[in-house]
Design a protein around this ligand. Structure first.
Ligand code: GLA
Length: 733
């Protein structure tokens, strides 16, 4: 029974195993946020649970008093659950709308609630789910604006067996006139002080999700995207971490958004040091016209609180994403080891070359061959043919089905690359439909990687893509697709939306994309779907409702990847991170690392190769065979076990990751030296998550260690050689 309603005091206590999210109804009108953090078992009246301090109008300088309440309160002093603009709360709101008379004031007051078992879907949007109603309970709070007739449903779900609270909103226009939504965020929480760091995961193409911490300061701090995709630059996932927080101690609040388009995640800290953390669709350049009777759903916000540091928070997100966001055939099974030809050939291939690469791959034990960009239209570089999804017979005379057959005969599955959201100006599709791309009439169309973006806000465009891809999938034995997206939006506009709906284009695009992905996933449930956006440019929770995995970064260098995968691991599990061994010198940074180090970094993701194995020395080729055997044996430890970040490349000259299997019997330790130092100081590596009183045997050396020695005294290592690595397999005896 995770949601308890204390009727006398009008308090809702949303409980998960270790946390509580407590909401009070202030003067029977206004939902306010009382607590999010460690679990509370008993509730009291609002005044006995929260000291509002400067709650009273007379106590808060230069604020206005709301006359809708008996108490002389100022809304800007209250921790509002659903803050709206215009009646005295001066912080960043979660709701802002414009009404027919031009006014932008909303007064949304409480009307009632409902608590039920389970968790509903959000129409048209990705969301976390339950498999049985007994896994979670949902609370709906109903608010209404008497003057405009606008109604709001705030929907919270508390999971029974995981420390996760989710939230989304439905806005219903139950009035008699049109409402223009200008800002509808997905959620906010309040903390009574500002003693936190904002932790975010920013980056660039080939340098995604590096961890960045900054102390809170008065005012607004946020990360956002206006690119029409969550982006390489910022990720919607943010945390507030107490100043002392480490991997194992301190308060950490994680907030993520199940959405792949423009977002804003951030904090507003007022000068009484009170903090509001929020996330949602970026309100900038957003507007949504809600006709009479229509409703609008926000994406879902997913919150995790940990009282013992980042590690516990990450574990909670990992399990949630793996088990209750990802779906379908591949969710619970280990996936094939793949070889992708991109870095092996780029655009320069033909059937013979691909078959030769596949032969060598099959000999090594690879299970899936993926043909990347360049197989269609007249695509010999990145200037043409996106949209022309018919095979280039010069390169592949036997077509995709013929190539797939040859690959299958070698004992490999076959996978194919697409970039279905794009259109090249030089393409048959563009000649036929120049208005099918995002554009604004009369304005030039900016190019990214020489291409334009198809207007997925249009149903006809989405239907065309669904049928075109379905046709290809149905006519060749394609068991995997890589769905790429290689530029961000500009001149956002749609040829068919009326003027007063143009600002809906970017969100309608996301709804269109989600519909296309949902339809294809339902029609072809056997196809393993990998997402990609120039590497990890759309690596967000929205994508993992559709894609089984995502290409983490176009940077395949073993050292750069330690930073990227470590940063990504704060919010996302290893089993969604595509990670490949590529050639040296590395194509992105020209660094040379040995083949085992490259493999060890890639084991901690969805493992594969991105090179021509035929070009390796015979020793290296033998190593590859061993790597694949090793990975097949232990992949479930990397993917389903608990990951501990023992040493961070952001803080040390060494990266150490530990994986403890679900049954706790197998422990894998990976140790990577970054920059070697002569006569290097010793690094102490204390393991975690073991049983103190058990013995563990090192599979490679046969040496035995006790759990308490490994955890409390630790291993000692030196780091005197660049880019070297070691792997330990410990078995509980
Ligand atoms: C993007 C992807 C790469 C590759 C190329 C093909 O950059 O991230 O992996 O597929 O496109 O053009």
């Amino acid at each position: 029974m995770p949601i308890i309603y204390d009727e006398k005091n009008k308090i809702f206590n949303l409980q998960t195993p270790n946390t509580s999210y407590v909401i009070g109804i202030y003067e029977n009108k206004l939902p306010i946020h009382i607590h999010y953090g460690k679990r509370i078992n008993k509730t009291y009246n609002i005044d006995d649970m929260v000291d509002f301090g400067f709650r009273y109008y007379r106590g808060e300088g230069f604020s206005v008093r709301s006359v809708d309440f008996d108490d002389a309160i100022s809304l800007t002093a209250l921790p509002l659950e659903f803050p709206t603009y215009g009646s005295g709360d001066y912080r960043t709101p979660v709701f802002h709308a414009q009404y027919e008379d031009g006014s932008t004031i909303s007064k949304l007051y409480y009307e009632g609630y409902n608590i039920y078992d389970g968790k509903p879907k959000i129409d048209g949007l990705p969301a976390t789910y339950v498999e049985s109603d007994s896994e979670a309970q949902t609370l709906e709070l109903y608010l209404k604006d008497e003057l405009t007739g606008v109604k709001v449903v705030i929907r919270y779900t508390a999971y029974n067996d995981r420390d996760v609270i989710t939230r989304s909103h439905t806005i219903i226009n139950d009035g008699n006139s049109v409402v223009k939504l200008k800002n509808v965020m997905s959620g906010c929480i309040h903390l009574p002080d500002m003693d936190y760091d904002l932790v975010q995961f920013s980056g660039q193409w080939a340098r995604e999700r590096h961890i960045e911490k900054s102390p809170l300061s008065h005012g607004k701090q946020s990360v956002e995207s206006l690119r029409g995709a969550s982006s390489h630059i910022f990720n919607p996932f943010v945390c507030l971490a107490s100043k002392n927080a480490t991997e194992d101690c301190g308060d950490v609040y994680g907030m993520n958004l199940v959405y792949s388009g423009n977002f804003e995640s951030g904090v507003y800290v007022d000068t009484h040091n009170r903090t509001r953390l929020y996330t949602g669709i970026n309100p900038f350049d957003f507007e949504w016209k809600l006709d009479k009777g229509e409703c609008f759903n926000t994406p879902e916000c997913v919150m995790v609180y940990s009282d013992s540091g980042f590690s516990k928070m990450s574990h909670t997100y990992h399990k949630l994403i793996s088990n209750r966001l990802c779906r379908g055939k591949y969710r619970d099974i280990e996936r094939p080891v793949l070889l992708n030809n991109w870095e092996a050939t780029y655009f320069n291939f033909d059937e013979e070359k691909i078959v030769n690469i596949a032969k060598k791959a099959a000999e090594a034990g690879v299970e899936l061959l993926v043909l990347d960009d360049g197989w269609f239209g007249e695509r010999n570089d990145d200037h043409t043919s996106l949209g022309d999804w018919f095979v280039n017979k010069e390169k592949l005379p036997n077509g995709i089905s013929g190539l797939a057959e040859k690959i299958n005969k070698l004992g490999l599955k076959f996978g194919l690359w697409f970039e279905p959201e794009m259109i090249s100006e030089v393409s048959k599709l563009y000649d036929e439909h120049p208005d099918w791309c995002l554009h604004v009439e009369g304005r030039s169309r900016s190019l990214g990687r020489n291409q334009l973006i198809l207007d997925y806000s249009r149903d006809d465009v989405c239907d065309y893509i669904i049928e075109t891809l379905s046709d290809i999938f149905a006519n060749a034995n394609i068991e995997y697709i890589k769905w790429d997206m290689n530029r961000n939006m500009s001149e956002i506009g749609s040829a068919i939306l009326p003027a007063d709906r143009q600002r809906e284009t970017a969100h309608r695009y996301m709804l269109g994309l989600y519909r296309v992905l949902e339809t294809l996933k339902a029609r072809f449930p056997h196809i393993l779907m990998e997402g990609c956006s120039g590497g990890g440019g759309r690596f967000d929770m929205g994508m993992f409702y559709y894609f089984d995995q995502f290409w983490t970064s176009d940077d395949t260098d073993a050292v750069e990847r330690q930073f990227i995968q470590a940063g990504t691991s704060y919010g996302y599990p290893t089993n969604v991170m595509g990670a490949h061994v590529s050639a040296v010198p590395n194509h992105q940074v020209h660094r040379t690392t040995d083949i085992d180090t490259r493999a060890r970094v890639a084991y901690s993701g969805q493992f594969g190769y991105e090179l021509d194995l035929g070009l390796l020395s015979s020793e290296e080729f033998e190593s590859v065979k061993e790597q694949i055997k090793f990975y097949k044996k232990y992949s479930s430890v990397f993917h389903k076990g608990d990951m501990y970040r023992i040493k961070s490349p952001f803080e040390d000259n060494m990266t150490v990751w530990e994986f403890v299997s679900e049954d706790k019997n197998t422990v894998i330790v990976e140790i990577f030296v970054i920059k070697g130092a002569p006569s290097s100081p010793k690094f102490v590596i204390k393991l975690k998550g073991l049983e103190e009183n058990c013995m563990y045997r090192d599979e490679l050396t046969g040496r035995e260690y006790s759990g308490e020695v490994l955890m409390n005294i630790g291993l000692r290592r030196i780091g005197n050689r660049d880019y070297t690595s070691e792997i330990m397999i410990l078995k509980k005896i």
